[in-house]
Write a protein that binds this ligand. Structure first.
Ligand SMILES: Cc1cc2nc3c(=O)[nH]c(=O)nc-3n(C[C@H](O)[C@H](O)[C@H](O)COP(=O)(O)OP(=O)(O)OC[C@H]3O[C@@H](n4cnc5c(N)ncnc54)[C@H](O)[C@@H]3O)c2cc1C
Length: 453
């Protein structure tokens, strides 16, 4: 048996389904996929992160007596060439977004493809309600999985240590420049290993539930990027968090967050159209004004919390969860712009971009998804600033022009605009007016759907 082990987003050797299921002679490979890379800007930070971690994966595989063959090209062409070497099958991990499914369908016509759930804990097809339909409400989904999230340990995969590497020339390693990218400076935590981040988080978890919404604090685990690229598996993360010296209440709270990630993957599997359509079927009369969208993208909306969050995203690829909720609500409700535009923009910018979590969260914010925020609950961005960053510490750290402005002014609607020495953009829309407009529009869309049914 000769197998290709295609590493894609599971850049690790611990708890690896493919290294565990592999037999005999293997060719581990990683492809810098032109179909993905050609669409990205040259300063994409994720490519620097992936590049560094592909080199680490090569080293880790070498330590196991294997190696990693690195390619730069189109998967289809690469597998057509590899087929000539008589491989029986390809082992890899599975993703449920349309791009991944289409790519895998094509490849499986060249060499049989075996795919494993290796980036998530749950197998979505296994979890159904008594009536055999999928869950749509998180709490019911989560409660049905008590036997998993209440356990202290989930079984992990053990690598097959008897594998032999296929004799090949493994020496090709393109530089980032060969791939057409410029090396980017990454936030410091991305140079740390998952274990180092868990160690740091062990000092924060005791206050996680209380502090996680305060977006000027660093109260989260910062593990979403490592999870995204599989430097740690969600199973190992689950086990490591469960063994921390912290109260059950805090540990359970964190595990529940991890299961939101599972839930959105589950939803994308069962409702693949949610990538493109309002999952609840409503038709919203979206605002198509491109200038409005661009102002949101660039952080020029005139609302300091939204502007600071967007400017920081553009610069660093990072955004706190509470701020993601604020800017997505502002875009879809106050500006009444289609969530799909925001989703695509986040996909381009977020270091931790994960199709299922991003699509699910955007549909949640837009009140178009499953278990979404009710359409009449529109976040007031000024109250969010006041509640979760009372001293405007985060906002001032990004919007330097507001450094000497009182926090009270910053979280008062039109406050900064009244300061004649500041040249701050005018608000695009009044908060109360736009809130009422959104509620009316969503009410109409929901009624139309009911009448149509
Ligand atoms: C509009 C919007 C878009 C989002 N897009 C993404 C995305 O593309 N990729 C992504 O990983 N997360 C996304 N999230 C969820 C969340 O914001 C991030 O997972 C979190 O900010 C990552 O920081 P952390 O690792 O410190 O999280 P922690 O608070 O330490 O949480 C631990 C882990 O739980 C998971 N998690 C936490 N909250 C959520 C959530 N609401 N939904 C799904 N998983 C969650 C993440 O894997 C996270 O790493 C989005 C949220 C919103 C509102």
């Amino acid at each position: 048996m000769r197998q290709i082990l295609w590493f894609r987003r599971d850049l690790r050797v611990e708890d690896s389904a493919i290294l565990s299921n592999a037999k005999d002679e293997v060719l581990p490979i990683f492809i810098f996929d032109r179909n993905i890379l050609d669409k990205l800007p040259k300063d994409d930070k994720r490519v620097t992160f992936i590049y560094q971690n592909v080199l680490k994966l090569k080293e880790n595989l070498q330590n196991l007596g294997l190696n990693l063959l690195v390619f730069y090209g189109e998967p289809k062409e690469i597998f057509i060439k590899l087929k000539k070497y008589g491989f029986d099958e390809i082992l890899t991990s599975i993703d449920f977004d349309s791009f991944s499914k289409k790519r895998d369908d094509e490849i499986s016509k060249i060499i049989p493809l075996k795919r494993y759930i290796d980036s998530f804990i749950l197998t979505p097809s296994d979890i159904l309600k008594v009536d055999k339909t999928p869950y749509k409400v998180f709490t019911a989904f989560y409660n049905s999985l008590e036997y998993i999230h209440n356990s202290t340990k989930i079984e992990e995969f053990k690598s097959n240590l008897k594998l032999k590497k296929v004799d090949f020339d493994y020496s090709f390693i393109p530089t980032l420049e060969n791939l057409g990218f410029i090396k980017q400076k990454l936030p410091e935590f991305l140079n740390q290993s998952p274990d180092e981040l868990i160690e740091k988080f062990s000092n924060k978890i005791q206050n996680y539930q209380e502090n996680r919404d305060y977006f000027y604090l660093d109260a989260g685990s910062n593990l979403s990027v490592h999870l995204r690229f599989g430097l740690i598996s969600p199973r190992s993360l689950f086990n490591k968090i469960k063994s921390l010296d912290a109260s059950k209440k805090e540990i359970d709270f964190y595990i529940k967050e991890l299961f939101w990630r599972e839930f959105y993957n589950y939803i994308l599997y069962h409702f693949p159209n949610s990538e493109f359509e309002n999952l609840n079927g409503i038709k919203v009369n979206w605002n198509e004004n491109e200038d409005d969208f661009i102002k949101w993208c660039n952080g020029n909306t005139g609302v300091p919390i939204v502007d600071a969050a967007m400017k920081n995203l553009n610069k660093t690829g990072l955004m706190h969860n509470r701020l993601r909720m604020v800017v997505s609500s502002y875009l879809t409700k106050n500006l009444l712009i289609d969530w799909r535009k925001g989703e695509k923009y986040f996909a381009l910018k977020l270091l931790d971009y994960e199709a299922s979590s991003n699509i699910g969260s955007w549909q949640w914010a837009a009140s178009t998804g499953v278990d979404a925020v009710p359409y009449f609950r529109v976040f007031n961005p000024y109250l969010q600033s006041k509640k979760f960053d009372k001293e405007a510490i985060f906002i001032k750290s990004i919007l330097k022009e507001l450094e000497n402005i009182s926090p009270k002014v910053i979280y008062t609607e039109n406050g900064v605009q009244e300061d004649i020495f500041l040249n701050y953009p005018r608000q695009m829309v009044g908060i109360s007016y736009s809130r009422n407009r959104a509620i009316l529009e969503f009410k109409k869309a929901n009624n139309d759907r009911k009448n149509y049914k």
